[in-house]
Design a protein around this ligand. Sequence first.
Ligand SMILES: Cc1ncc(COP(=O)(O)O)c(C=O)c1O
Length: 376
Amino acid sequence: MKLFDVYPLNDIEIVKALESTVWDADGTDYLDLYGGHAVISVGHTHPHTVKRLTDQLHQVGFYSNSVKISLQNQLAEKLGQVSGKTDYQLFLVNSGAEANENALKLASFYNGRKKVIAFKGAFHGRTSLAVSATDNPKIIAPVNETENVMFLPFNDIGALENAFAESGSEISSVIIEGIQGVGGIREASAAFLQTIRSLCDQHDAVFIADSVQCGYGRTGLFYSHDVAGINADIYSMAKGMGNGFPVGAISIAPKFKPWYGMLGTTFGGNHLACAVSLAVLEVIEQDNLMANAASVGDYLITELKKFDKVNEIRGRGLMIGIDLPDELASVKKNLLYKHHIFTGEAKPNVIRLLPALNLTKANADRFLEALAEELK
Ligand SMILES: Cc1ncc(COP(=O)(O)O)c(C=O)c1O
């Protein structure tokens, strides 16, 4: 049997990882500023997450949502506290797409409506409705096509107001990343997020804050949407939550009332996922990682803005986009193969930095030196 070949791969096999360093099979070390796509939040093989997971595995690794799993309650308590949304409710799933799928579904159960507003450049995942709300026709299969999703220009307050004026009573939800990741590190303006909040309030629509990539402390705020001083109705999250263990969730405002069978999943909220998610939050809190993400992120952004060959530097905290001109298309590849630094990318030529939240200033300097050499 062969693998279903859908991923263009770098010819590197990672066999060991610690903090922000990974090693390949030949023993070469790499600085990881990508975190396997924003997933490694507290550093590779963090001893506290490893211990929590291993201890839990020796106790009980899995039982389904048919028995009490008090680790889920502990996680809800901790997440409420660290995110500052103590009166929200937690529903646990396994991935970002599943989190968004459930958020959109819950919104529709809540107001009985079908229409979803999403934005140009958005990425919300690959399951049925999440992919329909993703602005990439190439990955939407015919079976996922729906008239129910409308794409509006990002950060365009007028277009949003018009859409609500025209069909406000049909709109179930508005889904938005605080910072578009796949879309190239583009931040929603505070005014735009505030407008979404007030239009959703006026029309009884649900505000879904997709925090799968930009959340979990990455920007120095727990949810990057917090920058606008508003509360969304539902926050979806996944990537950084388990530091590599597959886990996702939605955090749900108190106005949503559950009923038995409304949402469900076999694996979501299993013992291992909860144990590791608790460990991640404990490390974020104990090591002040949101403050570190803000300060090392600020440092990087300030230094990156000094490079004159760069089109634009975008982002917040440790979610940074380096928008390069077309003629510098080989920089990302050179960073990896010449300087041994993993970064992410977005089309057409944006380097995405999504490192662990405990990235050090020394790590940042190693990257800045390598980039300086490439941009010389
Ligand atoms: C903003 C955003 N939402 C949702 C997803 C989907 O997450 P997953 O791949 O875990 O399904 C992603 C993944 O890149 C994402 O960046």
